[in-house]
Design a protein around this ligand. Sequence first.
Ligand code: NAD
Length: 486
Amino acid sequence: MTLIAQPKASHFVDGAYLEDKAGAPIEVIFPATGEVIARVHEATPSVIEAALASATRAQADWARLKPVERARILSRAAALIRERNQSLSELETLDTGKPIQETLVADATSGADALEYFAGLAPTVTGESVPLGRDFVYTVREPLGVCVGIGAWNYPTQIACWKSAPALAFGNAMVFKPSETTPLCTLKIAEIFIEAGLPPGLFNVVQGRGSVGAALVTDPRVAKVSLTGSVPTGRKVYAMAAEGIRHVTMELGGKSPLIVFDDASLENAVGGALLGNFYSAGQVCSNGTRVFVQKGIKARFLDRLQARTEAIKLGDPRDPLTQMGPLVSAAQLDRVLAAVEAAREAGARLITGGYRAGNNDGYYMAPTIFADVTDDMALARDEVFGPVMAVLDFTDEEEVIARANASEFGLAAGVFTADLARAHRVVAALQAGTCWINAYNLTPVEAPFGGVKLSGVGRENSKAAIEHYTQVKSVYVNFGDVDAPY
Ligand code: NAD
């Protein structure tokens, strides 16, 4: 895999690459070596204008197409993504540092899933007819217009596809701003859309930091904003969108509970906790980072957890045998190391890891487990977004439900138990938008995904996305005379 990833230009607008070197430069760094692999420029006001103007223009014609015609183009894009999975996965690995064994199965492929799913769903979306005696009302689901997508850096390809697939399927245009940390992958998706036959302007990519995102969110031509990011950013973007009464989807952070009862299958529960904390080096929003373990299984659980964690192969993400790569950036590594230090000082018991790993060029963090974590510690309250697992003890069901819910977040939750009646009872009581029983972090496109409380509003994927990328028009049809009293 070559280390040169320079795109043809920084932005993709109206069907073609676009450059404007007047914008502030952004260096793209390969997290495994610290090397600069590409440079892009932030969008200038003229790039932002071109993106919004072409999206507005293109959307009007796109909305008039039959859904099945839009679907055909999205299906072609999905097929092209699958054909190019190898090169797209290599680029995702360079952009994010995630191991190639993950990116080959989790990123472009899940993007293609979303395009296929929404291509299939688009022609099924219909309104309803409401009989009113002599008269009737019919409803039509119409597109919102120009939607803005703003991405986080952990899943750049997936996030771009999860947002653009429903937006486009239901007749909208999308202007997408990737995270400034991972600006490369989305440009390839834009190229593929054009090859698949998407009319120019319907999917534009503009690069930049928060200020570019803010310029998009506040533009009067924009009808909707879908953000994947942190809670502080979510607050700002939500407030800006509110000024223009825009629709929003907010996919924000979490500190999700993963509850292991005594009767759970030990290996499955350990496997779930490992996947829910260490996949993508822990940089997954829905991770089950508060692992509540019932006291009867705790000792055996910690033994197996430690053994399986210490066998994880940390290394160069380009090596197909590598199971965990570096964190995305030096800044993220510093944040994670600070959280580990704070946990140590607060009295959490370090089971394994806790240090920067590898050479000092890459941003590697050893997979880390703390036991005896208590609810008041920062490690049990704040999102770390790195490979740091907190294990907490509990005694009974009622107690663990109350403690699991005592969080400002509510993105996800998992329960491991052999007692399915208990599993459903616990899940019913948990304040979380996405739950798993005897599994963790499975996010098929068929299932709604999103959070409650500070973790967000709206849902991505599934039929629920229809609500978030269309609006209902209600049409009253009168067959009689108008009965005016004056
Ligand atoms: P971030 O909030 O720093 O940035 C997210 C995006 O928002 C970036 O593209 C950034 O440039 C942009 N942005 C920042 N300030 C802005 C502003 N004022 N106006 C408009 N846009 C602005 O998040 P991050 O560090 O890139 O990602 C990590 C966070 O994302 C974590 O909290 C994680 O939990 C969350 N996340 C959530 C999901 C989910 O689906 N719920 C998925 C992945 C990541």
